[in-house]
Ligand binder design. Structure first.
Ligand SMILES: NC(=O)c1ccc[n+]([C@@H]2O[C@H](COP(=O)([O-])OP(=O)(O)OC[C@H]3O[C@@H](n4cnc5c(N)ncnc54)[C@H](O)[C@@H]3O)[C@@H](O)[C@H]2O)c1
Ligand SMILES: O=P(O)(O)OC[C@H](O)CO
Length: 349
């Protein structure tokens, strides 16, 4: 992709955040409290009314008085009109549909930043692919990802993430936009690696939760993180990612975060599955998204299509969609053909 916008600079024009879930709200608040005007698009009309009245996202991030620099919009096209940067924070299964709502209003020069971690089920594309299909191949695009729970970001806990763009000037612009003394942003060119690391760790977090729900200990969790990373790298490298990216913040960093913290929604879903609860019952009680649930199917089919071995993803998929027993899944993983560890790792790295 050509460096067409090396002139990129940030003025005081408001930026848009599309999606007022916990992450979109946290990112908007983060920018707002550092003085940037932010237009936040809200999908639910009831939530829009509450935000306008109380400046609190009672649906997805309750208990936070949002920055006075935020304004709230029910029309996505209105929120993005004139904005130099559009931050997409809609879940991956509606990302394409939401892009369609704002397509005609976004200027051709706008920088799209995805804060979404996922793979589209129907096309097996990450969000970069979806943006290019919907808006055209020449759009400036970046992905912001890494270990970052929304709640901790609003609490100003030190958070370190990565922004990837195929255009260095775009990555630098997004780095400048978000960086503060408590929110540190690294840059990279490796969009594929950053997007796959973020999407695939959600499936591993489901797996770690399942182990916890089964009452298994710390040993299997450490094994799952390590072998999970090997699987992520195997698929990532096959799709052109730099393996070093997968051991960075957006890969290993986010994998460790979500496989070891009950703050992770994916981990929480896994715990309930491991404890014997049925997936439809778990999802019926959740307002928030656990991207790994849909992404397990996308990753499983992507791996099948490419002939990449992903045994943990396969077992998580079978538990979610084929009603397999979590305990049996552990048995299958533990009794696979015995291997040399270095040979097995060398396949992926
Ligand atoms: N929450 C976090 O801590 C966090 C951190 C980093 C990245 N992310 C990623 O951010 C993305 C958004 O997740 P979230 O955690 O903000 O969501 P959330 O679970 O907090 O909220 C659900 C979101 O989905 C939206 N939504 C539901 N149905 C919709 C529809 N039909 N059309 C448009 N929007 C619809 C809701 O409006 C809301 O914004 C995900 O890809 C997630 O992996 C989340
Ligand atoms: O709550 P989760 O599992 O969706 O994880 C949220 C973020 O991706 C953590 O970086």
């Amino acid at each position: 992709m050509k460096e067409s916008n090396s002139h990129l600079a940030l003025d005081s024009t408001p930026v848009a955040v599309i999606g007022a879930g916990s992450w979109g709200t946290a990112l908007a608040h983060h920018l707002g409290r550092h003085g940037r005007e932010v237009r936040l698009w809200v999908y639910e009309p009831e939530l829009l009314a509450i935000l306008c009245q109380k400046r609190e996202n009672t649906f997805f991030l309750p208990g936070v008085k949002l920055s006075s620099h935020l304004s709230f919009f029910g029309e996505a096209a209105e929120a993005v009109r004139g904005a130099p940067v559009v931050i997409m924070a809609a879940p991956s299964h509606v990302f394409r549909q939401v892009l369609g709502l704002l397509q005609s209003a976004a200027s051709p020069e706008v920088v799209f930043v995805s804060a979404t971690k996922g793979i589209e089920n129907e096309t097996l594309l990450t969000m970069e692919g979806v943006v290019r299909e919907v808006l055209g191949p020449e759009r400036s695009y970046a992905i912001l990802s890494g270990p970052s729970f929304a709640r901790e970001v609003v609490q100003n806990q030190p958070t370190v993430v990565t922004v990837a763009s195929r255009q260095r000037s775009v990555a630098k612009l997004v780095q400048r936009l978000f960086s503060t003394p408590t929110f540190r942003v690294y840059t990279t060119f490796d969009v594929t690696g950053v997007e796959l690391g973020g999407a695939l760790k959600n499936i591993m977090a489901l797996g770690a939760g399942i182990l916890e729900g089964l009452g298994l200990g710390a040993n299997p969790r450490a094994a799952l993180i390590t072998r999970g990373l090997a699987e992520i790298a195997r698929l990532g490298v096959r799709l052109g990612a730099n393996p070093m990216t997968l051991s960075g913040l957006s890969g290993l960093g986010d994998l460790v975060l979500t496989c070891t913290s009950s703050q992770s929604r994916n981990y929480q879903v896994g715990v309930q599955l491991g404890a014997g609860k049925r997936l439809p019952d778990i999802l019926a009680e959740m307002k928030m998204v656990a991207e790994g649930v849909k992404n397990a199917a996308a990753a499983y089919f992507l791996a099948q299509k490419l002939g990449v071995e992903m045994p943990i993803v396969e077992q998580v998929y079978r538990i979610l969609y084929e009603n397999h027993s979590p305990r049996e899944a552990v048995r299958i993983l533990m009794t696979r053909a015995l291997k040399d560890e270095i040979d097995a790792l060398a396949e992926s790295w």
